[in-house]
Design a protein around this ligand. Structure first.
Ligand code: ADP
Length: 549
């Protein structure tokens, strides 16, 4: 807008300049001045056929050249006798007319400029009114204008690359339409919580400069019957009206869970409406739906069919280098003295979101201890709190603490014995590092299951009892066993079968039962350590076992 305004200004000024130069050229006095003797001899010899007196000068042509001479310098009487002379009325208006033309042009330009300005203001005002109007609408159909760009998202270069084309499409939908290129209607971002899926979608909107409609899948279905579908309809109506635009549906699995099993009419109606809307897009409607999920395998096939979410972008937990660049973003405005390699090293398994709160907690810790800069000690101190919410521990009774310590100790000893990597184990935290290997053996997966079951087995042996604190580990063990059977053909048959999952769990349980019985003494001793110190490192476990055996 600004550029075109200055362009116009430059254009008009140059036009004026051209007019001025032309006028000067036109009225330029190009006659040659000669002296009286030459003039008189020319006149005398009748070489001058016609002369003009213009103001103080006498002009005449001879032999194709124009001459001039101050009229007082020659004898005018002689001239009048020999040559016809025209006396030119002086024209004092030429200059004035020019000035007037220039002035008129200027006024016209100013008027035009003022009109444009007024129009722009009116347009701006109507946009404001429109926005105010938008803001009164229910939240689900109210877009935000995102100021996030890819600069704010660290360590996802390949994801950025995959989305470049979509951004270009949103910026220039016509270009793609002219070439008859069909753009994806939906992009599915798949990845665990906190890895930046929402942030990425916002960055796409910010980069493309288009409105961003946020909607969480769960909120579609938590309302009364018939409402979900209506909301979807309204949402898309608004988005189309403001296209190009992005509709972001977080946790789409809440709407798009594979059907079957328990029927949920409301969810199905909502899902069907979503499918209808997406199928109804003209190819160039300029609305792109970005959806996020952390469990693509749970999604209804209908959502994944061509023409719907046909782009999948996988966002995984950041690796070490990526963790470093995320840490850099969050530490950029904080005074620190840190080796980022070390911090990245100790944060295996942290998502972007977890890293962001880790940095924040470390800064708070530094501030509380009266330090001026953040150092690695702060990170060590707050890491467990960030991972699991360490404060919870304060609510445990002594007996509960002992149960928990023995439970964790059994896991620690087993993990050490079976080579499952960990740095530290605390009363409430373990953080067994997921293998950074690309190919994992069945044995290693079995060993992980054994670690998850070790605590519960120890409870059974020592207290002859099960406790609820095992819930999470049992769930992890079951998920892992399911994965082994369903994804990796590690069950007894190729065909995934629930009884194979049971068999894997049962076999792991038997192995670990014997193991914890043999290690009882070590486990109880380590449990005491954990009770006293809250956390023990892998190194502590090693030393203790070394002393015992
Ligand atoms: P998801 O949608 O995958 O659950 P979010 O996009 O909501 O994750 O991420 C939550 C927050 O974590 C973000 O607002 C941001 O502060 C931080 N975050 C996550 N991933 C990144 C990243 N790659 N770079 C920078 N910040 C990140």
């Amino acid at each position: 807008m600004e550029i075109s305004k200055t362009n116009r200004m430059v254009l008009i000024l140059s036009a004026l300049l051209v007019v001025l130069v032309l006028t000067i050229a036109l009225f330029r006095d190009n006659a040659k001045t000669i002296d009286a003797t030459t003039a008189e001899s020319l006149i005398k010899e009748s070489l001058v056929t016609h002369a003009v007196i213009d103001g103080p000068y006498l002009y005449f042509s001879s032999g194709g050249t124009r001459y001039k001479i101050p009229k007082d310098a020659i004898n005018l009487k002689t001239l009048y006798q020999t040559t016809p002379v025209t006396i030119k009325e002086p024209n004092p208006y030429v200059a004035d007319i020019l000035t007037i033309i220039v002035l008129i042009l200027l006024v016209l330009y100013i008027l035009r400029w003022a009109k444009k300005n007024r129009e722009l203001k009116e347009q701006h005002m109507s946009e404001q009114i429109e926005l105010a109007h938008e803001l009164q609408k229910p939240a689900h159909i109210r877009p935000i204008i995102s100021t996030i760009t890819f600069k704010d998202v660290a360590g996802i270069d390949d994801v950025k690359e995959e989305l470049e084309e979509i951004i270009d499409f949103l910026k220039h939908p016509k270009k793609y339409k002219n070439f008859g290129i069909r753009m994806p209607r939906g992009v599915l971002l798949v990845g665990p919580p906190g890895v930046g899926k929402t942030l990425i979608a916002k960055a796409v909107a910010g980069e493309a400069g288009v409105p961003f409609f946020y909607q969480s899948g769960a909120s579609f279905v938590q309302i009364y019957v018939g409402m979900g579908a209506k909301r979807v309809r309204e949402l898309f109506k608004r988005a189309k009206a403001m296209a190009p635009a992005i509709v972001f549906i977080d946790e789409i699995d809440a709407v798009g869970k594979a059907r079957g099993g328990m029927r949920n009419d409301e969810r199905e109606a909502t899902l069907n409406q979503l499918l209808t809307e997406m199928d109804g897009f003209e190819d160039s409607s300029g609305v792109i739906v970005i959806a996020a999920t952390n469990k693509i395998e749970m999604l209804d096939d209908a959502l994944l069919r061509p023409g719907r979410f046909d782009r999948r972008v996988f966002v995984s937990l950041p690796n070490k280098e990526e963790r470093k660049s995320i840490l850099q973003i969050y530490l950029a405005n904080k005074p620190h003295h840190l080796n980022l390699d070390d911090v990245a090293q100790m944060t295996v398994g942290f998502s972007g979101a977890a890293l962001s709160s880790l940095v924040n907690e470390a800064a708070i810790h530094a501030l509380k201890s009266g330090k001026k800069i953040i150092e690695i000690e702060e990170f060590l101190a707050v890491k467990d709190k960030v991972l699991l919410g360490k404060r919870k521990i304060l609510t445990y009774s002594d007996e509960e603490k002992r149960i928990q310590a023995i439970y964790q100790s059994a896991k620690a000893v087993t993990a050490y014995w079976l080579d499952i990597e960990f740095e530290k184990i605390g009363l409430l935290s373990d953080n067994f590092q997921s293998s950074e290997k690309e190919i994992v053996s069945k044995t290693e997966m079995m060993n992980r299951i054994k670690v998850y079951l070790a605590g519960d087995m120890m409870m059974q042996m020592y207290y002859h009892e099960h406790f609820t604190n095992a819930a999470n580990d049992l769930k992890e063990a079951r998920l892992l066993a399911q994965e082994m059977v369903e994804n990796y053909g590690m069950g007894e048959r190729f065909h995934a079968d629930i009884t194979d999952v049971e068999k894997i769990l049962e076999s792991a349980k038997q192995d670990i039962e014997g193991f914890v019985a043999r290690m009882e003494e070590a486990i109880l001793q380590l449990a005491d350590e954990i009770l006293q110190r809250e956390v023990v490192t892998k190194h502590d476990v090693k030393e203790m076992l070394h002393d015992l055996f």
